[in-house]
Design a protein around this ligand. Structure first.
Ligand code: ZN
Length: 148
């Protein structure tokens, strides 16, 4: 992928591409994003979904804290209990959902391969979708259909 597009992805998703300057013994990201420019939009959408999956519960937690404060101010016992439990649940979810980082991004047998360092069924589903999309999107010019 040309450097300009690659750097755009690095800048938009710095947490996902945190290994881009990593040790070659530990990560293949030091080789960069090894596929054609035609897959830029697929990668952009994939990274957006991965990052949102990580950030969503963290944003929800802030919201729940505000609701709890409001319930405390109004002395609403049921709501205090509800939001306290919700906060606990969300904290556990966050603990079980560490930031996903890309380990290797490349083309193989005409389709995208996006390897990550976390195990998460939702992220795996996003990746499968992106890889399937890539196999029917030209790696060079982004047009639908097979490689040309
Ligand atoms: Zn083409």
């Amino acid at each position: 992928m040309n450097e300009k597009l690659q750097n755009q992805l690095y800048e938009k998703y710095p947490k996902i591409f945190g290994q881009k300057d990593g040790d070659p013994a530990r990560t293949a990201m030091c080789w960069g994003i090894s596929c054609g420019d035609g897959w830029y939009n697929i990668l952009d959408n994939l990274c957006f979904l991965i990052q949102r999956h990580h950030d969503d519960p963290r944003e929800e937690l802030e919201r729940y804290h505000k609701y709890l404060e409001m319930s405390v101010e109004k002395n609403e016992e049921d709501n205090i209990e509800f939001w306290t439990n919700k906060i606990e649940e969300t904290k556990q979810l966050i603990e079980n959902r560490p930031q996903t980082q890309a380990m290797q991004v490349k083309e193989k047998f005409g389709s995208l391969r996006f390897y990550v360092d976390t195990v998460d069924p939702e992220i795996d589903a996003y990746i499968s979708f992106a890889e399937n999309m890539s196999s029917c999107t030209c790696e060079k010019c982004e047009s639908p259909g097979n490689q040309s």
